[in-house]
Design a protein around this ligand. Sequence first.
Ligand SMILES: Nc1ncnc2c1ncn2[C@@H]1O[C@H](COP(=O)(O)OP(=O)(O)OP(=O)(O)O)[C@@H](O)[C@H]1O
Ligand SMILES: [Mg+2]
Length: 368
Amino acid sequence: MASVTLDRVGKRYPDGYRAVEDFSLTIEDGEFIVLVGPSGCGKSTTLRMIAGLETVTSGEIRIGERVVNDTPPKDRDIAMVFQSYALYPHMTIRQNLGFALRLRGLARDEINRRVDEVAELLEISATLDRRPGQLSGGQRQRVALGRAIVRKPSVFLFDEPLSNLDAKLRASMRTEIKLLHRRLGVTTIYVTHDQEEAMTLGDRIVVMSGGAIQQAGPPLDVYSNPSSELVATFIGLPKMNLFRGEISHGSGEWLFTEASDTTSPAPVTARLAPHPARSKGWQEGSTVTAGVRPHRLRLIDEPNRPEHGAFQGAVRSIDILGEEMDLMFDTASLPGAIARVRYRPGVRVGDQVLFRVEPEDVHVFGPQ
Ligand SMILES: Nc1ncnc2c1ncn2[C@@H]1O[C@H](COP(=O)(O)OP(=O)(O)OP(=O)(O)O)[C@@H](O)[C@H]1O
Ligand SMILES: [Mg+2]
């Protein structure tokens, strides 16, 4: 097993495009790291550089103590699982699983023993004599996983391994990957653009954008303390609501007031909870963005209306999810704000609804 270190790693493609810049991160031995970010942000490029499938154009990659910039992929002691499975269609599942071991020159008995062991672990023993074309998508993905596991590498690299599966299968494979990691303890670097997958799988998540790290940390830290609007809106579903406005300081507390040039809808106002790390640079009249997660907007009734931190909206649409519902409404600066609230019968499109927000639930971004 091994740690993986990226030290100011950069990738400039031959056409001059800089896909990754100044990427520094240490992945501890046995850790499960998820690289997450929008399409084109450089996740696969980063992973492929670790695998040795792309050259590194600046900086250094180390696996354990060893600098591997010029080490060919087969000598890096890693195994990669791709979205496309990449199984050999003409080989049986047993041959697919044992292929890398045969190349390494292991004895037939040893190969069979290891293949049987992995097949049992992944519950695909019954498929060993069949070919990939005769398997379901989920079974094929298990074989792809098995092919990586059977090699007993120091590091697993996964590039969106579940995106070809339907939602239900994706969720159950996600759980299996998590259990496998717990069982095998192999250092894992997992790429996805799915924030939910990132949140549930990673010991730490690394949010990327434009080829650079935006924020790295345990999932809940990143979720609770996003360092930028970009991270705030990328992590968490439904997306965080972002209201534009300014802050003011009066009678011992900070307030946010939404920018508005009309009286209807009334601007959002909220009390803010100053925090040493968060309230740096706050000044009377600074223009900021206030972010509130949809789950943190509480539906309240008129008699309970607090002086600040309550605002009204007209319901534009309702999505009922069962126990909960999403109410969409417009504010002065945010058409299509969303509140996720407990299901309540009787709320109709066009109704005026009142929300409360607690100071500690308001994230302030800026002043810019
Ligand atoms: N061979 C190449 N030559 C030039 N540019 C490339 C090459 N491969 C990728 N890129 C560019 O580098 C950027 C990052 O690509 P990459 O595949 O790493 O993104 P990604 O984060 O994995 O995206 P996705 O979620 O869509 O898979 C993209 O803008 C892409 O167009
Ligand atoms: Mg990719």
